[in-house]
Design a binder for this molecule. Structure first.
Ligand code: ADP
Ligand code: MG
Length: 212
């Protein structure tokens, strides 16, 4: 599915990863500063490796030797960060439809009704992000990423800013997304419990390397 073989350097930190990510949910764990977010940013196209390649379903996204680089907006990967990063001036429904509107009809895998039902956010559609709880914001961010009909979901500690109660509330939604959409996901978390609950396989990263 996603095949990476790359090096990336930033100051004294260097990341060197060769791995084929499979279908389902791949959990990525590791200490703070080990390179989890950097790996997701490389996959997303927000960073460019110094060496190597990234392929998705045999499509070349990055090939440093050939000077190929598919920009982030053309990879059609969904991203969810720790703090939902919703557009503050837009309503929930405008946030949800932000990426969806730009898709051709044939690319749309989900409907607004389907996603709001899945994540139970139908009652929030007219609100603005500052009128939402943390858990609601994360569900909207996830809904927006889904409506974008991504080929891959990249989740960077999507629950770590939330308290235990909210985490317990949202984890079942994520599991439902996994089971009902079959979207492949890379799920970064420093919580082994979260990862054990959701992931089909778990990778450990330390100092920019996968631990064998
Ligand atoms: P993780 O997500 O596992 O906590 P990161 O991928 O964010 O780790 O960071 C990997 C390394 O890169 C760390 O040494 C971190 O300090 C450094 N780093 C992360 N972001 C930046 C940045 N924007 N500028 C400079 N260094 C950074
Ligand atoms: Mg991080």
């Amino acid at each position: 599915m996603l095949d990476v073989d790359l090096s990336f350097r930033r100051g004294s930190f260097d990341l060197e990863i060769a791995h084929g990510f499979g279908e389902g949910v791949t959990g990525i764990c590791g200490p703070s500063g080990s390179g989890k977010s950097t790996l997701l940013a490389l996959a997303a196209g927000l960073l460019s490796p110094a060496r190597g390649s990234i392929r998705f379903d045999r499509q070349t996204l990055v090939d440093c030797a050939q000077r190929e680089f598919v920009p982030a907006y053309r990879r059609r990967f969904g991203l969810v960060f720790q703090d939902g990063q919703l557009f503050p001036h837009l309503t929930v429904s405008a946030n949800l439809l932000y990426g969806w509107r730009g898709l051709a009809h044939g690319q749309r895998r989900f409907t607004l009704e389907g996603v709001t039902a899945l994540l139970e956010i139908g009652a929030l559609l007219e609100r603005r992000p500052d009128q939402l709880s943390g858990g609601e914001r994360q569900r909207v961010a996830l809904g927006r990423a889904l409506l974008y009909s991504p080929r891959l979901l990249l989740l960077d500690e999507p629950l770590s800013s939330l308290d235990t109660r909210l985490k317990a509330q949202i984890l079942p939604f994520l599991k439902r997304v996994r089971d009902e959409t079959k979207l492949p996901m890379l799920y970064v978390s420093h919580s082994p419990q979260e990862v054990a609950y959701l992931a089909d396989q778990v990778l450990q990263i330390e100092n920019g390397r996968l631990v064998p």
